[in-house]
Design a binder for this molecule. Sequence first.
Ligand code: NAP
Length: 278
Amino acid sequence: MTRSVGILGATGAVGQRLIQLLDPHPEFEIAAVTASEDSAGSDYREAAKWRIGTPIPEDVADLEVRQTDPTYIPNDVDLLFSSLPSSVGEAVEPKFAEAGYVLSSNSSNFRTDDDMPLTIPEVNPDHLDLIEVQRDERGWDGAIVKNPNCSTITMVPPLAALDEAFGLDRVDVSTLQAVSGAGYSGVSSMEIIDNAIPHIGGEETKMETESQKLLGSFDGAEVEWHDVDVAASCNRIPTLDGHLENVWADTTEDVTPEAAAEACGSTPLPTSTPRPTS
Ligand SMILES: NC(=O)c1ccc[n+]([C@@H]2O[C@H](COP(=O)([O-])OP(=O)(O)OC[C@H]3O[C@@H](n4cnc5c(N)ncnc54)[C@H](OP(=O)(O)O)[C@@H]3O)[C@@H](O)[C@H]2O)c1
């Protein structure tokens, strides 16, 4: 049986990726797509500046883009994926939760709020029980669940494995992040071509706080954040997709590269061969 779902902010960089991944999924049928008032009323194929390598799925291309408002969502849809700009998400996501929708949201608003589940399913699925706390506190029939920031989401699974095996005291991370992470109109070409930008507004704080929350423990009422010190330095580089990050982790117990790799379910990289000196 398939479940009808909707995507808020479906014409953007994240919305397009959600469409590419959800369309072939056997359990989901994309029944509604929303965007800004400028796009509402157009067919999806006209409204989206599609930049994914695979074609727009035919059934989605013909959908009419709806206004981002609960009254425009078809009755059989109760699960929504949100990829709105955070300022828009902050204003409209609560309206959807109040109207009974469950939102899985990529937008950065509310991620560190006390009653907001921020989850990576492989790391902290138990934090989803915060939904009941959220419903009690906000009086919602629906709920909002957040995905972490795109750099944090790849860093935390191995950190969680290291923490479980050896304890974690401190993390330093330096990133090289692709332009797609800023969204379709996020970085101007004049700034990024032939350049590297050694700052991404707000990104360092997101990595430092979200990782502490994700690695924290949930006691049934609240999440106690992990006390690991995290220091991030985030850089934008002129690649299209994919972020690279160098992470240094100080563990509580001594650890060898082999033991660290085993804890992460991986194998250690071969030691590099020293360059010949002339
Ligand atoms: N890009 C990434 O890799 C990434 C990763 C993780 C999380 N995020 C987060 O995901 C969210 C979306 O990012 P993005 O990169 O996809 O942004 P984007 O490319 O700028 O897309 C924004 C989407 O929101 C819609 N929108 C804009 N203003 C609106 C309004 N007032 N009312 C309703 N819809 C509106 C846009 O519709 P129109 O086309 O009609 O303007 C578009 O569909 C952000 O909160 C971002 O922080 C992004």
